[in-house]
Design a protein around this ligand. Structure first.
Ligand code: MIG
Length: 685
């Protein structure tokens, strides 16, 4: 059951699709206080676990730290980091009392989850204008799956990308010219390593201007794109949130003419620095501005592009006019003076506050329909019925609305075809419009585990089309890290190898024995029918594609505390290696399972293991996964791209006894009418 409590006059974020009546009185759990903003406190029992929060650092069980919902461009991800690119204000308390809470609040929200006091939760925001939803399990058995399902029904079904988006995607910040892309394509095909797409990072544009394509770097783009497409490879360009401030650049000129560029209080344009240098930002919270920007994607879809990634949409700010001039002032103030300890550190830190400065986020305003602004409205409605709201009050829904504008536009370009889109910034509700990737991780072993944690938590909040930069974005990868990461990454819906400009090359052909990578990716392609089927079913039923073990075995304390294994779909359990030089690892089996070993491009062995602890050998070039009792997983013959997969002949792995079957969902891969009716077939031994 879900109870909605409304405090003040909330901003209508559109994260929720089911309108519930406001509940009077106090919530059944914890205490609400409205002195100094809003806060909710709750006394934890000693064994309570806390799940949820989507994209964060640290564990699946969030207890014991503080997390801050404030969408941030965070290239230095480590355990201390409290804010990442998305804000997903949904938590589950699991233990003595089991329930979930969703705080629908678009500004900064702090989750003190046993950080100040180990046994207390305190959720706080500065303005008491929000909707809070308390969810209790339908059944007596306190089902975690049920809790999440109720939340997912409340917030709407997860986005389903076209099926080709389940193919492998190769990406690197640094590919610039047609030649660069051609090289990647040819080398992958030559080695027979499957691939469905190559991402185009910022260098494909002219001067980083959105919706341009540098024709000098791509002398025959259309021909080239068609050639790739014929071979099963799509190009997936990046779109940044900032628009270059440049008269004569049509997107900028139009934005200014229509008044869609974000302004400061005095009506002056807000200028922030991002890749193109001085830039302006579309007012994505304004429905007209967002749909105007969305329509721009047609510049690329009309040239055959079928997928995009939206970046820098927190929005990230390298600088603003204001932070720069403050920095210069400080320099001038200190110039020529003898430095002491205090002034030396002031001097040293001058650059620190230039990027993503909170003062900047408080200095610009959105113009939104009065009826959605609630208590955040700062002005009387203008002639169009719009009021101003301060960006920092609604910061966390900026990227959401960029993706929403794009997805709404795609439907007007072609209502019969799905378009791929994934974003960096997000908020609950954005999961209906697109996927996300988890941003700038590192080529660190611990980031394999971080990815597993994020997959579990993101699935609770509806973000199912997601994945991390396989091999790691920042820092230099190594062959073994790349292989181990890929062995987990082939199970994530978004399966993309991406890395930062200037880091060691990360294409699989750059390393010895590329056939080892091919073998791992062959398993991905063999699994695509199953992964796609599980994904679509999870979306249609508001279930989870990935789950922590706690969700399947919630009466098993070992499973509840397990932080390095994960359930996938109806039948699979994964236990990735995330330690260098490990020859295998301990795996905890909550019940009997079949261990499947994939090596050399095929199923090497299958063996039933008994419930309990096992040291399982996992050679570097093998993928080991586990299939639950009473379940089978169909495999098809791998192919070079997802369109070429022949799903008419399937083999199976897992619990192959008679009577066990799998219901495979299949469609043409792009239809927008997605239903199970007539599209499910039984697969069995
Ligand atoms: O400031 O477009 O997270 O995936 O390669 C960096 C360049 C901007 C950040 C994204 C990353 C992308 C990079 N972008």
């Amino acid at each position: 059951m879900i109870k909605r409590f409304t405090y003040g006059r909330p901003y209508q974020t559109d994260s929720v699709v089911t309108k519930l009546a406001d509940t009077k009185g106090a919530p059944d759990f914890g205490k609400v206080s409205k002195t100094g903003g809003f806060s909710w406190t709750y006394k934890l029992d000693k064994d309570d676990a806390i799940f949820g929060l989507g994209e964060t650092m640290r564990n699946i069980n969030k207890r014991g730290y503080e997390f801050i919902s404030w969408n941030s461009d965070q290239p230095d991800q480590d355990e201390s980091v409290k804010s990442l690119y998305g804000s997903h204000n949904f938590i589950i308390i699991f233990g003595k009392k089991t329930f979930a809470v969703y705080f629908d609040y678009p500004g900064k929200l702090t989750f003190d989850l046993g950080y100040t006091n180990q046994d207390e939760i305190n959720v706080h925001c500065d303005k008491a204008h929000l909707d809070v939803y308390f969810i209790t399990p339908k059944e007596k058995n306190n089902s975690l799956k049920d809790l999440v399902q109720q939340f997912r029904v409340l917030t709407g079904s997860s986005y389903i990308p076209p099926r080709w988006a389940f193919g492998f995607s190769m990406s690197r910040w640094g590919y610039k010219t047609q030649k660069d892309f051609e090289t990647v394509w040819k080398k992958y095909r030559k080695l027979g390593i499957p691939m469905d797409s190559i991402c185009m990072d910022i260098d494909y544009m002219t001067d980083y201007e959105d919706f341009t394509l540098d024709e000098k770097k791509f002398p025959e783009f259309d021909l080239f794109a068609r050639k790739l497409r014929k071979d099963g490879v799509r190009l997936v360009p990046i779109i940044d949130a900032g628009i270059k401030k440049q008269e004569g650049y049509s997107v900028y000129d139009e934005a200014v003419k229509k008044g869609y560029d974000i302004k400061k209080k005095d009506g002056e344009q807000f200028v922030g620095g991002v890749w193109p240098g001085d830039s302006v930002f579309p007012d994505f919270l304004n429905p007209e501005a967002r749909s105007w920007f969305g329509q721009k994607y047609q510049v690329l879809t009309s040239r055959g592009i079928e997928g995009f990634w939206n970046d820098m949409n927190e929005p990230a700010l390298f600088y603003s006019k204001e932070t720069l001039s403050k920095a210069y002032e400080k320099f001038d103030e200190l110039r020529g003076k003898p430095l002491d300890v205090k002034t030396f550190f002031e001097f040293k830190d001058i650059g620190k506050n230039i990027a993503n400065n909170p003062e900047d986020y408080s200095s610009f305003y959105h113009s939104v329909p009065a009826k959605i602004a609630g208590g955040f409205a700062l002005t009387k409605p203008d002639k169009d019925g719009n009021v101003l709201v301060c960006h920092s009050d609604v910061h966390n829904i900026f990227g959401f609305n960029m993706t929403r504008g794009a997805q709404d536009a795609f439907k007007t370009f072609d209502s019969k075809k799905r378009t791929l889109i994934y974003s960096r910034s997000s908020y609950i509700g954005a999961h209906r419009y697109g996927g996300i990737w988890t941003g700038d991780n590192h080529s660190y072993w611990q980031d394999i585990l971080l990815s597993l944690h994020q997959m579990a938590s993101l699935n609770m909040t509806g973000f199912m089309f997601t994945g991390s930069d396989i091999g790691g974005f920042n820092a230099d990868t190594t062959r073994d890290l790349l292989l181990r990461w890929l062995s987990f990454g082939i199970f994530t819906p978004l399966c993309r190898n991406h890395s930062a400009n200037g880091t060691r090359n990360q294409e699989f052909y750059e390393y010895e024995k590329p056939e080892d990578f091919k073998s791992v990716l062959d398993l991905r392609y063999a699994l695509i029918p199953y992964l796609y089927s599980e994904f679509v079913k999870a979306s249609l039923k508001d279930e989870m594609y990935f789950r922590p073990l706690a969700f399947d075995y919630q009466n098993d304390a070992r499973a509840v505390n397990c932080e390095d294994q994960i359930m996938l779909g109806d039948g699979i359990m994964l236990a990735p290696v995330y330690v260098q030089n490990a020859k295998g690892r301990y795996v905890y089996l909550p019940e009997n399972m079949v261990k499947v070993v994939w090596q050399g491009g095929k199923v090497k062995s299958q063996e039933t293991l008994k419930a309990g602890d096992h040291f399982v050998e996992m050679p570097l070039n093998a993928v080991v996964f586990f299939v639950k009792k009473g379940h089978i997983v169909p495999l098809c013959k791998p192919a070079k791209d997802s369109d070429s997969l022949d799903t008419s002949k399937l083999t199976i792995v897992g619990d192959e006894k008679k009577g066990v079957f799998y219901e495979l969902y299949e469609d043409d891969g792009y239809t927008t009418e997605i239903t199970m009716a007539g599209r499910v077939r039984k697969v069995s031994r």
